[in-house]
Design a protein around this ligand. Structure first.
Ligand code: PLP
Length: 385
């Protein structure tokens, strides 16, 4: 019997806990590139740190346990993780991506993987029956985010996974916005889970990292081979930082979400606000589906101000909430998707998928919610034209 049954405990005790040599309660930073072998042809566990490193292995075991997978893999960034997953595919293959996918994922397919003859199509993954019609024989995978960036669009992950299984193709979920604390796509039938661990898993805006989790031995072998062959691995120190960050994921997210629910309420009542996008609001697109597949609405909110508010002034007037790329750290951040995270998506495509120039994205931190809301309120006031 396991010593614990709940994810709050797994966050702290999961994976490889402590150090087998010294009984240190924390996994040490094994800052080494290579390991001495006992003799020619003799068995060894550790060989070279691109192939395997004990600190990284502890993190990989931890994320696999948290996502209820069988194998985890740590990469130098979320994009390196996505690159490794896309390296499963071959010339002639096509990947379906959801229309609100992370800008970097779109750019990677549009500008890099197209060199290798791997194509993509952008589809509305919230509409399962129209999605099914887009599955031609070239399509080998469906890659979705739920809630998706930046309109917090919810996709039915179980339905997409069932559809992928029906056509014998892979369902891939970028679970960055939710983390396994709020949503576990493998349990809903997904084949591969990806994370930008730079965000909530790290949680302190001090490390760039990516993770992949699978629950199938054949896929695990393929990803391990790609990880070792392409080499975009996470270093021992950053692996340590992530293990450390993950220990407090539960308490951080509880506070993030509590704050976000209050902020979404505040924005939806504010006279300057035209639209609020937050999957935790009952009137939000996909509210019921999100409630079924995730613990709550998470802590990302997007909104639009009415046209008579000057959005440049709004950003300039914020004092506590910082204008920055990224999300998921303890500090509240704000960004302008059209010119920042999603700038690599052409203007016409942005308009089609609803990423307007007036859209503002908030990553609600764990500061006092009163301070966060006071800052947003004064910036809105300053920006009124
Ligand atoms: C940030 C992000 C990525 C890219 O991850 P990096 O760690 O920045 O390389 C991928 N997907 C989503 C949803 C993200 O937010």
């Amino acid at each position: 019997m396991s010593a614990y049954n709940n994810i709050e405990s797994a966050l702290i005790h999961g994976g490889i806990y402590g150090d087998e040599y010294t009984k240190a309660v924390n996994v040490p930073i094994y800052q080494t590139s290579t390991y001495e072998q006992s003799g020619l042809g003799e068995e060894f566990r550790w060989e070279y740190s691109r192939t395997g490193n004990p600190t990284r292995a502890a993190l990989e075991a931890l994320i696999a346990e948290l996502e209820h997978g069988t194998a985890g893999f740590a990469f130098a960034s979320g994009m390196a993780a996505i690159t490794a997953v896309l390296s499963l595919f071959h010339t002639g293959d096509r990947i379906i991506i959801s229309s609100n996918v992370y800008g970097g994922t779109f750019r990677l397919l549009d500008k890099v993987f197209n060199h290798f003859g791997i194509s993509y199509s952008i589809e509305d993954t919230t509409d399962i029956s129209s999605l099914e019609k887009k599955i031609t024989k070239e399509v080998k995978a469906i890659l979705v985010e739920s809630p998706a960036n930046p309109l917090l669009t919810v996709t039915d992950l179980a339905a997409v996974s069932r559809l992928a299984a029906k056509y014998d193709i892979l369902s891939i979920v970028d679970n960055t916005f939710m983390t396994p604390y709020l949503q576990r796509p493998l349990e809903l039938g997904a084949d591969i889970v990806i994370h930008s661990a730079t965000k909530y898993l790290g949680g302190h805006s001090d490390v760039v990292a990516g993770l992949v989790v699978v629950n199938d031995d054949k896929l695990a072998k393929q990803i391990a081979f790609i990880q070792n062959s392409t080499g975009g691995v996470l270093g021992p120190f950053d692996s340590f930082l992530l293990i450390r960050g993950i220990k407090t994921l539960g308490v951080r997210l509880d506070r993030h979400v509590e704050n976000a629910e209050k902020a979404a309420e505040f924005l939806s009542r504010h006279k300057a606000v035209k639209n609020v996008y937050y999957p935790g609001l009952p009137e939000a697109q996909g509210y019921e589906i999100n409630k079924r597949q995730a613990k709550n609405g998470g802590a990302m909110i997007s909104f639009e101000l009415y046209e008579n508010y000057d959005i440049k002034k709004f950003f300039k007037s914020l004092k506590l909430v910082a204008l920055a790329e990224s999300l998921g750290g303890v500090e509240s951040l704000v960004c302008h998707p059209a010119s920042m995270t999603h700038a690599s998506i052409p203007y016409e495509v942005r308009q089609q998928v609803g990423i307007t120039d007036g859209l503002i994205r908030l990553s609600i931190g764990i500061e006092s919610i009163d301070d966060i809301l006071a800052d947003i309120a004064q910036a809105i006031e300053e920006s009124e034209g």
